[in-house]
Design a protein around this ligand. Structure first.
Ligand SMILES: [Mn+2]
Length: 340
């Protein structure tokens, strides 16, 4: 079964232009948003291996430390971390940034890249923000793609590079991560079709699922127990769930902020919850807000009002201030959204 590479002519033209641009560039930089996730990381690593096969000079960066659960990819010899010692940057013909179109999520690396590269392109599946920075010209944004890995797959195919296990493994990881093993596929067969092709080259997909979703520590289970026990249910019908996790909660269980990422999704599995919020403390007076909606209420504007972004039904923002002030604002905005 084959599907068109893009879901409308406008996107197909954009994708073809992007592929031509990549073909004509020699020095290429690849990166993704801060606190990377499996999607952006897998999409860029796969393209790194594909571009190597085309003999391009290519460097692949994360802005900051890669969370533990992705270390099974063994990227130490080629993946560079901007926040750690790395080789100096050189001039690049082209920079491709995966899984965001918001330059703020790539800073301070973004500002640095601008000194070395005039052609920066975002490759993404998040909506363009109403109030945030606009993506650069020629950026390729496909809101219908369930993962950025899927887009990276079609770029690699368009470049005429043959797939192999180095390319298929990170791409499969991207798709498995962002779809949560095919739960969130935007009602399209595309994720499955692409994955089926990748599995010709990846013979341990269950190992990838395990690394992404079932490699818990005792500390994580303890955090889950505490999180579930302290989740607040708010509203007339208790349709809002709100959860707080402090730095101390993470530290005492030997966990990283990334370890808290899936907890809100677990709480959203309570069918009566319409909107869920997590306030994760990142320093004394700053919190990362994560928001989820069951699908009846678009919560992206709430995240945008705090200077954040994301998808319509899964979004987030960094907020400075005391917990009680932030709590009041967040509960107020969500309650209004529920009533609207
Ligand atoms: Mn993504």
């Amino acid at each position: 079964m084959s599907l068109p590479v893009a879901q409308n002519t406008h996107l197909e033209n954009g994708l073809n232009q992007l592929i031509e641009k990549i073909k004509s560039a020699n020095n290429i930089l690849l990166t993704t948003h801060k606190q990377c996730d499996g999607d952006g990381l897998g999409a860029q690593i796969a393209l790194y291996f594909a571009l190597k096969k085309l003999n391009k000079n290519v460097r692949v960066f994360c802005v900051d430390e890669v969370p533990r659960k992705y270390h099974f990819l063994n990227f130490d010899n080629y993946l560079e971390i901007y926040s750690k010692p790395h080789q100096p940057l050189n001039n690049f013909d082209l920079t491709l940034i995966f899984d965001t179109n918001d330059s703020r999520l790539v800073d301070p690396f973004y500002s640095e890249i601008q000194k070395y590269c005039d052609d920066i392109i975002f490759i993404d599946h998040h909506p363009i923000l109403e109030h945030g920075p606009k993506p650069t010209k020629d950026s390729y944004i496909d809101n219908l793609a369930a993962s950025t890995g899927e887009i990276s797959y079609y770029i690699i195919k368009g470049l005429g590079v043959s797939l192999d296990s180095n390319i298929a493994r990170p791409l499969y990881m991207s798709i498995a991560f962002d779809t949560q093993v095919f739960r969130f596929i935007r009602n399209s067969s595309r994720s499955h079709v692409v994955a089926a092709d990748l599995l010709k080259y990846e013979n341990q997909p269950e190992e990838i699922h395990r690394h992404l979703f079932a490699a818990q520590t005792k500390g994580k289970i303890k955090l889950l127990a505490q999180a579930f026990a302290t989740t607040e249910f708010i509203g007339d019908k208790e349709e809002i769930a709100l959860l707080k996790i402090t730095m101390d909660d993470l530290n005492k269980n030997n966990l990283q902020p990334d370890d808290s990422r899936d907890i809100l999704d677990m709480i959203m599995s309570i069918q009566s919850i319409q909107i869920g919020a997590l306030l994760l403390q990142i320093n004394k007076n700053a919190y990362k807000l994560s928001l989820r909606s069951r699908g009846h209420h678009i919560i992206l504007p709430i995240a945008e009002s705090f200077g954040g972004g994301g998808h319509n039904f899964a979004a987030g923002a960094y907020i400075e201030g005391s917990y009680s002030t932030i709590y009041d604002k967040v509960v107020d905005l969500i309650s209004k959204k529920i009533k609207s």
